[in-house]
Design a protein around this ligand. Structure first.
Ligand code: SF4
Ligand code: SF4
Length: 168
């Protein structure tokens, strides 16, 4: 009989505890976002999908060589001043968001974006092509880039960056 009343007291206590938590939060602002209509604002240093600004990239290959999972694909043709990039792609299936590529890019073209949403039905869609050589082949040589009006990194802002794309 004693255990019976002890169980009742424990059950009522437990219910009261639950209700106390409920009442504590009942007038608080909801934290649920109505995704996808509402999006989370990510912290400044959040590592989302890697993005490359192709106007700044000169196919120096540093990012591809440093990538620990080999998910950056760069293709180029021609030599010296004639060298042009024909493919820059990232396989998001393999990327581990380590940021090695972004931290070592000498032009600052590749960055960790705040984009976290790339739902797809086919994994092949996660191999993201950043350029279409049928639209434009991107010159790699510094002099050619300057001549054709492509972005060239300000050397004074990147000490030691040098002309890494010249003979790569
Ligand atoms: S974040 Fe890391 S894994 Fe992803 S592309 Fe850059 S170097 Fe490769
Ligand atoms: S390190 Fe930067 S400039 Fe060099 S290929 Fe990668 S993204 Fe382009």
């Amino acid at each position: 009989m004693g255990q019976y009343f002890a169980d009742i007291v424990a059950a009522v206590g437990s219910a009261m505890q639950g209700m106390a938590i409920t009442f504590k939060h009942i007038y608080k602002k909801p934290v649920t976002l109505q995704y996808p209509d509402e999006r989370q604002v990510m912290p400044e240093r959040f590592r989302g999908f890697v993005h490359n600004d192709m106007t700044k990239c000169d196919a120096c290959n540093i990012c591809a060589k440093l990538c620990p999972v080999d998910c950056i694909y760069i293709e180029a043709e021609g030599k010296a001043k004639e060298r042009v990039m024909t493919r820059y792609a990232i396989d998001y299936n393999k990327c581990i968001w380590c940021s090695l590529c972004t931290e070592n890019c000498h032009t600052g073209s590749i960055t960790m974006s705040h984009d976290y949403d790339h739902s797809v039905y086919d994994r092949r869609s996660l191999v993201y092509e950043f350029m279409d050589p049928r639209v434009a082949k991107i010159p790699c040589h510094r002099a050619t880039r300057i001549e054709q009006g492509w972005w060239v990194e300000p050397k004074e802002d990147k000490p030691g960056a040098g002309d890494k794309g010249d003979d790569a």
